[in-house]
Design a protein around this ligand. Structure first.
Ligand code: NAD
Length: 263
């Protein structure tokens, strides 16, 4: 019997795949038989080698640049003769209050986290239709379900991304295109989390605060890992989820359920 999670013969584009959740997703897709194309604006030799060792093609792409995004999507589809999956995963944080936010900060965050997903979908949809349907997954965040006081622009970008997910899911079900989002809580071993921890005055205490914020992270004594988010994305793009669209799947150890019990 064929596994419902097989991606054999499928072609996938993943943005922000040089590290963290995107890299874990690219590797998991490749291990499940997909031909994977990664675009990232920060490709180190190490990440290129890691991706190449799994047969994944990586190319330079700044997703804020719509022409570069179109080239990434079109090249994957043209080289492979089809496109089945797009994961809009590239993202940046923005920890600033409104009075400190410049127009450049706003554009940088919204263009990366939100606008790129819209245009990525715009360029992918015609290819997905030619393939008989397909799947788009947007990496949103827990902040898209419950906005946070410390990073309003990031929260707004991820709430907008969930709105985009639902809207495009509604518009393109007729084309057999499913559009879903994942909403991770704090994830260890990612560029984003490492930057937060490096900036913290007390790294260990900050790490404990992230863990304390979600009941399952408390119970396991650790944050989520990138491969655990990748597993949820694999499910969403697989045939096992053929009737699932428009969702915002929380993978946050219960962080968005409410205030967790104190440690
Ligand atoms: P990460 O920093 O390891 O990965 C983000 C990737 O996106 C990096 O490789 C980076 O180079 C790339 N990127 C950023 N801006 C880009 C641009 N303009 N063009 C092309 N590539 C760009 O961190 P991560 O946690 O793996 O982040 C992946 C996604 O997960 C992001 O959308 C982030 O908002 C989301 N997320 C992360 C966490 C967490 O705790 N780490 C929690 C919730 C959501």
């Amino acid at each position: 019997m064929t596994s419902l999670a097989t991606l054999s013969g499928r072609v996938a584009v993943i943005t922000g795949g040089a590290s963290g959740i995107g890299q874990a997703t690219a590797i998991l897709f490749a291990q499940h038989g997909a031909r994977v194309f990664v675009g990232d604006y920060r490709l180190s030799r190490e990440s290129e080698q890691t991706l190449a060792s799994h047969g994944i093609r990586a190319s330079a792409c700044d997703v804020r640049n719509v022409a570069e995004l179109q080239r990434l999507v079109d090249q994957a589809a043209t080289t492979s003769g089809r496109l089945d999956i797009l994961v809009n995963n590239a993202g940046i944080g923005m920890v600033k209050q409104i009075q400190e936010v410049s127009e450049e900060d706003w554009d940088n965050c919204l263009d990366t986290n939100f606008k790129a997903a819209f245009f990525g979908a715009k360029f992918a949809i015609p290819h997905l239709i030619r393939s008989g349907g397909g799947s788009i997954v947007n990496t949103a965040s827990n902040a898209g379900l419950l906005p946070r006081a410390h990073d309003p622009v990031y929260s707004i970008s991820k709430m907008a991304l969930i709105g985009l997910t639902k809207s495009l899911a509604l518009c393109h079900a007729k084309d057999r295109i499913r559009v879903n989002s994942v909403c991770p809580g704090p994830v260890c071993d990612t560029g984003m989390m490492n930057a937060d921890l490096e900036a913290a005055a007390d790294r260990a205490a900050t790490e404990q605060r992230f863990i304390a914020a979600s009941p399952l992270a408390q119970a396991f004594g650790r944050m989520s890992r990138p491969d655990e988010i990748a597993a949820a994305i694999l499910y969403l793009v697989s045939d096992a989820a053929c009737m699932v669209t428009g969702t915002a799947l929380a993978i946050d150890g219960g962080k968005s359920l409410g205030v967790p019990p104190s440690l």
